[in-house]
Design a protein around this ligand. Sequence first.
Ligand code: FMN
Length: 361
Amino acid sequence: MPPTLRTPICDLLGIEVPLMQAGMGNVAYGRLAAAVANAGGLGSIGGIDITPEQVDEEIRLFRSLSDGPLCVDLGFPANAPKGLSDVQAPDLPGPLRQLKRELDERGVEVVPTTDQAISLADNKRKLEISLDHGVEVIACALGTPTWVVEACHAKGAKVMSIVGLAKHARSAIRNGTDVVIVQGTEGGGHTGDVGLITLLAEVLEFSTVPVVAAGGLVKGSQIAACLTAGAQGAWVGTRFLATRESGSEDVFKEAVLEAGYDSTLRSLLFDGLHVRMLRNRFTEVWEGHEDELSPYPVQRVLTMPFKYAAMRANLKSHMSLPSGAGAGMITDLPGAAEVLDRLVEETVEALRRVEKTVEFR
Ligand SMILES: Cc1cc2nc3c(=O)[nH]c(=O)nc-3n(C[C@H](O)[C@H](O)[C@H](O)COP(=O)(O)O)c2cc1C
């Protein structure tokens, strides 16, 4: 009999094991989400970086591959501009002029890029599309407005809120979220500066809704620690990035496999908010030039064309590579179902080990 793992959140979300593949822009599409869902976990589509039409297509793809529940990850930051044309970017700062020279030398053209992530109008449309498709769960990054919760609940969808600070957990709970995902500083992408175990303990003190752990989780032993602390599940990103079904470029997967324990940094350089990413030339050019950073979302509008130019050219040295601090533990590129099964097995093994090694009454 393969090991099984259940917590009350499994019934809440209609999943077999309390493990969730995180929403990741440019990585988590319908194919990855379906592989995870078919293995009993919660699969997510990272909806922030794609157009409303692509959200529609990826949900359809997921439904054609899986009968499981689906999560779509969307962003509703309070300071989002209404439309894409509302943000005026200043002239390129020194670090980006340097990157442009380096890309020019390699024959890589930096062209103006439309950024889907920042427009409130587009994100509203993506929410409508997801709910019309009957998507079971909406994950909210960067804030959980009441109107989003009300729209989800009206269509029977659950809401999960990703937070990096206890005060953000409090406001998400106040606004009616169903689940709080507590992300420690170890997490890839947007992340705070409080360590996971500390933040988990703080939020568990007051949370009236189930709490899920995130940030740097790559091994079942870490997930067992979070469950022991009181979390009901785990939201896992970077480990699922390095799978066969993930939609990221092969060179991105390669960079994660090559990463060591000290390969990530947390910086404002991508979009003016703190993002954990792999160190490379894209991050190095900003060293000593922090005074040239712009606030969100202007910084994002400035760097986006560079990110996509390097992606198109498969140039991992110059790409933006969001990654959790657990990347150093990732050494292979299996299928997503195998990752999920392994995590269950390791978590159960670690929980059994506690029973054997810790005496308690
Ligand atoms: C490549 C990458 C892209 C991400 N993109 C998003 C995103 O678009 N929206 C979001 O809410 N979180 C995003 N995240 C954060 C994840 O949802 C998740 O919270 C994080 O990956 C968990 O930490 P871990 O990567 O250490 O497991 C991203 C993370 C990574 C690694």
